[in-house]
Design a protein around this ligand. Structure first.
Ligand code: SF4
Length: 72
């Protein structure tokens, strides 16, 4: 279990993105507080930079993240 180092200022973690509350809590537990390596937002931030993370990219959207990373 490892907290994501991007918690501070992450729109998703800071509840700045609309989510069903239950689902949001589930994702936070799964990605933000346990394993950020599969988080779409984290993947994009690490490769392309934090400013490139779309405001509507949710942690479970790893396919979109992969696509963005491939396109650069
Ligand atoms: S949504 Fe992703 S980038 Fe944001 S705090 Fe959670 S694991 Fe980190």
């Amino acid at each position: 279990m490892k907290k994501c180092e991007l918690l501070d200022g992450c729109l998703f973690f800071r509840d700045k993105m609309p989510t069903d509350q239950g689902l949001g809590a589930l994702y936070k537990k799964k990605y933000c507080l346990d394993d950020n390596s599969k988080c779409a937002r984290y993947m994009v931030a690490k490769v392309l930079g934090r400013e490139k993370v779309p405001t509507d990219l949710y942690p479970n959207m790893s396919d979109s993240a992969q696509e963005m990373i491939e396109k650069g």
